[in-house]
Write a protein that binds this ligand. Structure first.
Ligand code: HEC
Ligand code: HEC
Ligand code: HEC
Length: 365
């Protein structure tokens, strides 16, 4: 033993006395001592390496995943880290350590390390943990975007995060309205037509208002998990929620154009599940609950018609892993999703995506 028990106690007491005397500066304005700086950086590098070892990196090249990550970056990260063509705020720059320029930091990192930092944040710095710890898919979306960030120009970034009107008049509201300005943030992700930008962001257009209001309430209460939607929903009051929900519910739920061409055999398989369920595994017909004319329909249950297949599959996977959460009706859906295999999820999701209305010819069994 190098140091005896007594010496250790004496050393700890000395450390305490130094701290108690107040000479150790906690001022952010003066920076760290070089040794403290080195030690904090070293501990962080080692900790991130150790904890990110066992991670498996999913495919990150999907355009709609990158778009979802970029949109979250715009709302949740840009104020501190800046973006191509937009420096971070001056307040952010007085933090110790200041938020690094990620365009320069990312090439020195890798997806696993980025995932670990974005999910868990960095202790003793201003770098926050991801708002929901329940699911990893959203964190990977942010990582997918970060991997593209170093090569992105100002115009490239703006093209990702600016809301794109898909139809000229849909969703237009009088200028100067405070509701309109709030709604503009929703539109940045859900589109001015409410159909959802990219395949990862859900369509709200024509959705049942009761379901939309319950979904927002579930995010606020932390009953439904999304690091992207929870902070957004938390900023809304009840009157605004009512107005937003009414607005989206009356937009036309036309299917996203262009709906890709899908193998007819897959659509037929999806149609059978949607209308007949899978008897041997006690999977009920989806339309029983999800179509307004369904036997067990309820205004609080969502319509799936015209919703993006990628979003639907994502939600089914979350239900299966018990990580979606939801309204007080969520328990009805969880066990049904858990009985579907991945091919069945794909097929039924493609079927609902391709459907134009709940009463179209495709619907007849
Ligand atoms: C409140 C300010 C703040 C916000 C918001 C914030 N960060 Fe950070 N971030 C920081 C600070 C400060 C550091 C430096 C930590 C350090 O030096 O260890 C940091 C570090 C990082 C790093 C590590 C970079 C490196 O040097 O390896 C990544 C990656 C990162 N942030 C990504 C994000 C992403 C993505 C978001 C949004 C989801 C985000 N940050 C939101 C302040 C912030
Ligand atoms: C940064 C992007 C972003 C912004 C801004 C945003 N949303 Fe969302 N929204 C999403 C994503 C992504 C989801 C899917 C989250 C999930 O997996 O639970 C979602 C889900 C929803 C849902 C649930 C839909 C369903 O089918 O279950 C509602 C309702 C909703 N958003 C309403 C709004 C409203 C209203 C606003 C504006 C106040 C808004 N969103 C702003 C990205 C966004
Ligand atoms: C017994 C009624 C019932 C049946 C049958 C049912 N669901 Fe659901 N489903 C629900 C409810 C209720 C919700 C909404 C939970 C919430 O409010 O959070 C839901 C939500 C969903 C969602 C998420 C939608 C969104 O916008 O986030 C998907 C996807 C889904 N169901 C797919 C299916 C599929 C596929 C089938 C058929 C295999 C099916 N459901 C059968 C009741 C049902």
């Amino acid at each position: 033993m190098l140091i005896g028990g007594g010496a250790l106690v004496a050393l700890a007491a000395l450390g305490f006395l130094v701290a108690a005397s107040g000479v150790i500066s906690t001022k952010a304005s003066t920076g760290h001592w070089r040794i403290t700086e080195w030690f904090l950086q070293f501990s962080k590098q080692r900790s991130v390496s150790t904890y990110s070892l066992g991670l498996e990196v999913p495919p990150l090249d999907d355009g709609s995943l990158i778009l979802k990550g970029a949109l979250h970056y715009e709302f949740g990260c840009r104020s501190c880290h800046g973006a191509p063509g937009a420096p971070p705020s001056r307040v952010a720059n007085t933090m110790l350590p200041p938020p690094p320029d990620l365009g320069a930091a990312v090439p020195k990192s890798n997806p696993k390390r980025l995932f670990h930092i974005v999910k868990h944040g960095v202790k003793f710095t201003g770098m926050p943990a991801f708002p929901s710890q329940k699911r990893d898919d959203e964190v990977w979306a942010v990582v997918a975007f970060l991997m593209k960030l170093p090569g992105l120009t100002e115009t490239g970034y703006q093209n990702l995060v600016a809301s794109e009107p898909r139809t000229a008049e849909a969703g237009q509201l009088p200028a100067g309205d405070t509701f309109a300005s709030l709604n503009r943030s929703c539109q940045q992700c859900h589109g001015t037509d409410g159909l959802g930008r990219g395949e990862q962001i859900p369509s709200l257009a024509g959705q049942r208002p009761h379901y939309l209001a319950n979904a927002l309430a579930a995010y606020v209460l932390g009953r439904r998990h999304s690091g992207i939607m929870q902070p957004v929903a938390a900023s809304l009051d009840e009157t605004t929620i009512r107005r937003l929900v009414a607005h989206y519910a009356q937009l036309p739920a036309s299917p996203r154009a262009p709906v890709r061409t899908v193998d007819p055999a897959i659509l037929e398989k999806g149609r059978r599940i949607a209308h007949h369920g899978i008897r041997e595994r006690r999977v009920p017909a989806c339309v029983e609950c999800h179509d307004p004319s369904g036997r067990r329909s309820n205004p609080a249950y969502p319509s799936l018609t015209g919703q993006s297949a990628a979003y639907l599959v994502g939600q089914l996977e979350l239900f299966t892993a018990n990580r979606r959460g939801g309204s007080s009706y969520e328990h009805l859906m969880q066990p049904i999703a858990a009985r579907l295999d991945p091919d069945e999820m794909q097929a039924v999701a493609r079927y609902f995506e391709s459907r134009e209305t709940a009463s179209s010819a495709l619907e007849n069994p």
